[in-house]
Design a protein around this ligand. Structure first.
Ligand SMILES: Cc1cc2nc3c(=O)[nH]c(=O)nc-3n(C[C@H](O)[C@H](O)[C@H](O)COP(=O)(O)O)c2cc1C
Length: 399
């Protein structure tokens, strides 16, 4: 699953916080995604985590001092700054924020930041009082004004025992922000993309719903793929257990009617709509106000009425519309019929009965269907790759 991280050079600065252990996971995940990760440890960071951990995880030398004779920094103290696509400091201490805000350059990390012109991403971690201190806040503001991108800190229980703002943002969220930043000038920069995801829920009574097996994975993957290519993404999400993708505007909905309203509103100024949600075709006509009780009868009838066809009803100036079609029989024929019945530019046919394909899986095998062209079957791919393949084909359709 190649992402925007593949082949990128990232300097990961680790400062002396109790959260430094999380940087090992960060280094590992970035490396696994194909990035070249040059870890820089401050002197204090080495009290918390060791060089061997990061060298082992990244398969690269770790920098700890400006005058190390065993690294290129011994002859060139700004070598890392020159080659990095992005500098990420996680965790960032109150001390490192103060040093950066004042242009101090007394170790590898501060020298790299001072000499570099690439995006600087900072994930602070500290005691809530340290973070709330006027000096720290002023340093954060100074760095923000100079263009640094702050991720967090989050509120929660801190190592100091306090509950407050100071926890380092979790690793997957940091990686999402980094991906968005690296992709900001991608081929969808300036495009507004709306994606729907998940299975809608139609109320039967206050405790029961009519829903389907969609997990939202496919729509979330399309949203992440578009974000990583620079798009401004709005994700209209029916209930799922998936974490919100960072740097995506997520609008939570439950029913088909709520989804229709949210999609229509988001599409008023969008360029591309991808309907990956599994929208219930029908909803209970008259949901009960109170929980339906079991009676002596063997059966219970619930009247259903048809939901609106969301994508067919959405109109936007120059809006390109892509519909997923989940089918279990006559996949290509059934999906192809939706091109005209829904008035869309492209249908992504999805045999949800096939192995490793469809609901809940991390992979999918789809066929792209366009008006007046032969269907284009794709091999089984990771859902992020399916999202990128979809966007590759939607891109030429965008005005
Ligand atoms: C156990 C322990 C935990 C610490 N955790 C943090 C922390 O989470 N955030 C922080 O800003 N400082 C923390 N400090 C203080 C820093 O380590 C100290 O300010 C140090 O000078 C930071 O150096 P550096 O910014 O060069 O890494 C901690 C200190 C100790 C002894």
């Amino acid at each position: 699953m190649p992402t925007i991280l593949k082949g990128k050079s990232i300097v990961l600065g680790v400062a002396g916080s109790i959260a430094a252990f999380k940087a090992a996971d960060l280094a590992s995940k970035l490396t696994q995604a194909g990035a070249f990760v040059d870890v820089v440890l401050t002197r204090s960071a080495q009290e918390f985590v060791g060089v061997a951990t990061f060298a082992g995880l990244t398969h690269r030398p770790v920098s700890t001092g400006l005058y190390e004779s065993n690294s290129e920094l011994g002859i060139d103290h700004v070598a890392l700054a020159r080659r990095a696509d992005l500098v990420l400091i996680a965790p960032a201490t109150a001390n490192i924020l103060a040093k950066l805000a004042h242009g101090v350059s007394d170790d590898v990390l501060t020298a790299t930041v001072l000499a570099g012109s690439q995006p600087l991403v900072i994930a602070p971690a500290m005691d809530a009082n340290m973070y709330g201190n006027a000096a720290t806040q002023s340093n954060v503001e100074t760095l923000r004004e100079r263009g640094a991108h702050f991720i967090g800190p989050e509120s929660g229980r801190l190592a100091s025992g306090l509950v407050g703002k100071g926890r380092m943002t979790e690793v997957p969220d940091i990686i999402g922000h980094v991906r968005a930043l690296l992709g900001r000038h991608g081929d969808l920069a300036g495009c507004r993309v709306v994606v729907s995801a998940g299975g809608t829920e139609e109320a039967i009574d206050p405790v029961r719903v009519l829903t389907n097996r969609s997990t939202g994975k496919m729509g979330y993957a399309v949203a992440e793929a578009a974000r990583d290519r620079g798009a401004d993404v709005t994700l209209i999400a029916a209930p799922t257990f998936l974490p919100a993708p960072p740097c995506v505007n997520v609008v939570g909905v439950a029913s088909a009617i709520e989804m229709r309203d949210a999609v229509q509103s988001a599409c008023s100024n969008a360029d591309l709509l991808v309907m990956a949600a599994a929208v219930s075709d029908y909803r209970p006509a008259d949901p009960a106000d109170e929980k339906i009780k079991k009676t002596g009868d063997d059966s219970l009838n619930i009247d259903l009425i048809q939901n609106p066809d969301i994508i067919a009803g959405v109109n936007g100036d120059g809006l390109v519309k892509v519909a997923f079609a989940a089918e279990t029989t006559d996949v290509i024929e059934n999906a192809g019929a939706k091109l005209s019945s829904k008035g869309v530019d492209m249908v992504v046919a999805n045999d949800v009965s096939a192995a490793d394909s469809g609901f809940g899986t991390d992979t999918n095998a789809v066929t792209f269907i366009f008006p007046g062209r032969d269907p284009e079957p794709m091999p089984l791919m990771d859902k992020l790759d399916v999202g990128n393949a979809l966007l590759d084909r939607a891109l030429p359709l965008l005005k």
